[in-house]
Design a protein around this ligand. Structure first.
Ligand code: ADP
Ligand code: MG
Length: 655
């Protein structure tokens, strides 16, 4: 008996819908992506009851002819690819030709469309219920497409039951729309929820060059998130060269651009971490990891960066056809892409502190650009004005920045200046991902970063600071012309020691070490002894002269000069405990120099006396010379600011 038969179309569609249409937000995603692919300049999304009772997406895109409108509801009907080879380089959001038939099979669906570029005023309307066409008729409508999805999953009660509350579903929809809005500032977007307007985002005109795109993105970010965020502009590109002989000539260009949080800015979840690959919002573990790696000591454990970053890469170098909803992608050169992203992030963090002083100064501003400046944020202008009131009476020890700074730092016109199409030298090999463990601090080849200028914050350590006092033997109070500044002495000291240590290590393969007058022996438990034995080489390189002196006894005969050696034995015992704790974090037998250095510094700082007067001034000065001064090696902030605006808010002087 033959038992196999072909499934009817509407069943096949429902099965496909199981993968593509998980919840109302997936419908919104598919429909909005279709509108974007149809070159819409305005998209309106309306939902009711979290998208359960209604989702309506209206666009002014190219629209469809009657034939196309009928065809688009067939499975595997698409205008976006033609041949299997096209799959290798997809430039549109869609390509599977599955979304519309899937959605139409699990809802009451109405498609109304009219071609944009024909003279005929006639449009087409198709009404479908649960995948069955009820009516096809002419309809008068504006050019573009309206798709209405009512009663999602009405014919699949089991699926309907799995939907969450209206608020949750609406939040998912809004989250997707936020991503789409960030990726397409040039498209005007409106969002209505239960008859109420949530957004009305005007289209932001933007050219093709990166400066204009950054400005447009900044504008969108501001509309969606408000003005408070301290974001750094990112722009970095390179060519990924292959180690693989077979396609040696093929080296796709990649670029990472967008905005990311200044050092010390983070969230407890990935919620504000937006990553796009060729404008597609994606989840990619490799990239997540690269971000964390790039932030490195600028991020606390368990915290996530805030960013909106776009990776642009030759579509042929990435496979988007690995997930039915296209949420995940796969790179052909995963490791290289990761390394590039980590490096770009790191570079941005480093240049935040080190570059502005040299790079931002510009004396001539073309008139054309000046007009553009008018549209810059007022906060930027305020900053540049206050910048000019450099206070002459500050003690010389607390003068701003390692390089002398001109007060005109923040001329936004600089954006037009130089290096816009700058690439990081493609000839220079990408540093290995692991290289962080050996040369974390030395800045990479200097790269002009004019883009940090347009709306980036002026780094706190680039403005003059005046010492006010110390509270709790720990917090140093300083004053700047922007407001109140607080410095955590220990955190700052840790950062300074950490960088000094690693710089020395980098230069001499060994950090400074001081022989003890009286070497001490330390007895450890067998387990601790085993553990510390693994760490001896790193400890020695970092100036802690510890050697085996019997079964589980160790001899300590040298320490880094900054460690007070009043009780060397205790120092070792505590260091062992801290290293063990650090070891649990990194989960490896032998800790890297980084981890050991971090721990030694933390310990040294803890054991030190509080600083006073001149020493504090030196501390601030030395912090200024650090490559990553804003966080301690564990990612906690070293210095924070409460500007006058925030103070006024707290004291109820403003709203
Ligand atoms: P895909 O997007 O993968 O091609 P869909 O099922 O989402 O598959 O859409 C099928 C086809 O319908 C698209 O290829 C496109 O030609 C057409 N289409 C869908 N939505 C729109 C729209 N909003 N405007 C114009 N054409 C559209
Ligand atoms: Mg589609």
């Amino acid at each position: 008996m033959n038992r196999i038969r072909l499934l009817p179309d509407h069943v096949a569609n429902q099965i496909a819908a199981g993968e593509v249409v998980e919840r109302p937000a997936s419908v919104v995603k598919e429909l909005v992506e279709n509108s974007l692919d149809a070159q819409a300049t305005r998209i309106t999304v309306e939902i009711q009851a979290g998208g359960r009772s209604l989702i309506r997406v209206t666009d002014d895109g190219v629209g469809m002819s009657r034939d196309d409108a009928l065809l688009c509801l067939e499975r595997h009907a698409t205008s976006k690819i033609q041949r299997a080879e096209d799959l290798a380089a997809i430039a549109t959001m869609g390509f599977r030709g599955e979304a519309l038939p899937s959605i139409a099979s699990v809802s009451r669906f109405t498609l109304t469309t009219r071609e944009r570029d024909t003279d005929s005023p006639e449009g087409t309307q198709i009404i479908i219920s649960g995948g069955k066409i009820h009516e096809v008729k002419s309809a008068g409508s504006a050019p573009g497409t309206i798709i209405e999805v009512r009663q999602l999953f009405f014919n699949l009660p089991a699926r309907r039951k799995f939907l969450r509350t209206e608020e949750t579903e609406a939040a998912h929809i809004q989250h997707y729309l936020t991503l789409a809005a960030l990726a397409h500032p040039n498209v005007g977007m409106a969002f209505h929820k239960d008859g109420r307007q949530v957004w009305q985002l005007a289209s932001v005109k933007s050219g093709n060059d990166i400066a204009a795109r950054l400005t447009a993105l900044r504008e969108r970010l501001r509309t969606l998130y408000g003005d408070e965020q301290k974001l750094l502009a990112v722009d970095s590109s390179t060519e990924i060269s292959s180690r693989d002989e077979t396609d040696a000539e093929y080296s796709p260009a990649v670029r990472l651009w967008g905005f990311m949080g200044a050092p010390g800015m983070s969230r407890a979840t990935r919620e504000d971490q937006h990553l796009f690959i060729n404008r597609r919002p994606v989840e990619n573990r490799g990239l997540n990891f690269a971000l964390l790696e790039g932030y490195h000591t600028a991020l606390m454990k368990g915290r996530y960066p805030v960013c909106c970053l776009f990776l642009e890469i030759d579509p042929a170098a990435v496979d988007v056809n690995i997930h039915p909803a296209k949420r995940e992608v796969k790179f052909h050169r995963e490791a290289e892409v990761r390394r590039f992203v980590a490096q770009a992030v790191r570079q941005t963090l480093l240049s935040f502190h080190s570059e502005p002083a040299k790079e931002r100064v510009v004396s001539i501003t073309p008139v054309r650009d000046r007009q553009q400046q008018e549209s810059e944020t007022t906060s930027v202008q305020q900053e540049s004005q206050t910048e000019q009131v450099a206070l002459p009476h500050f003690p010389p020890a607390l003068r701003p920045a390692p390089e002398p700074t001109k007060p005109t730092i923040h001329q936004p016109a600089l954006r037009m200046g130089f290096g816009l199409n700058q690439k990081t030298n493609p000839a220079a090999p990408l540093p290995a991902a692991e290289s962080h463990s050996t040369s974390p601090i030395v800045p990479l080849a200097p790269r002009p970063s004019p883009l940090a200028a347009p709306s980036g914050p002026v780094p706190l350590l680039n403005v003059p600071l005046r010492l006010v006092g110390v509270i709790g033997k720990l917090y140093v109070i300083l004053e700047s012309d922007r407001g109140l500044v607080l410095l955590d002495q220990h955190a700052a000291h840790e950062r300074i020691l950490f960088e000094q240590m690693l710089n020395r290590l980098e230069q001499n393969g060994q950090t400074a070490s001081q022989r003890l007058l009286l070497p001490a022996t330390v007895e450890l438990s067998p387990r601790d002894a085993n553990f510390i034995r693994e760490q001896l080489p790193a400890l020695t390189r970092l100036g802690v002269g510890l050697s085996e002196f019997g079964e589980s006894t160790f001899l300590l005969d040298a320490l880094p000069p900054f460690v007070k050696a009043s009780d060397p034995r205790r120092f070792v015992l505590e260091l062992v405990d801290e290293l063990k704790a650090a070891g649990q974090e990194v989960n490896s037998l032998r800790l890297g120099e980084h981890t050991v250095a971090k721990t030694v510094c933390r310990h040294a700082v803890k054991a030190n006396d509080p600083l006073a007067g001149r020493e504090l001034e030196n501390l601030v000065e030395e912090l200024r010379y650090c490559a990553m001064p804003y966080t301690c090696p564990h990612g906690r902030p070293t210095i924070i600011e409460m500007n006058f605006r925030e103070l006024e808010k707290k004291f109820g002087r403003t709203q």
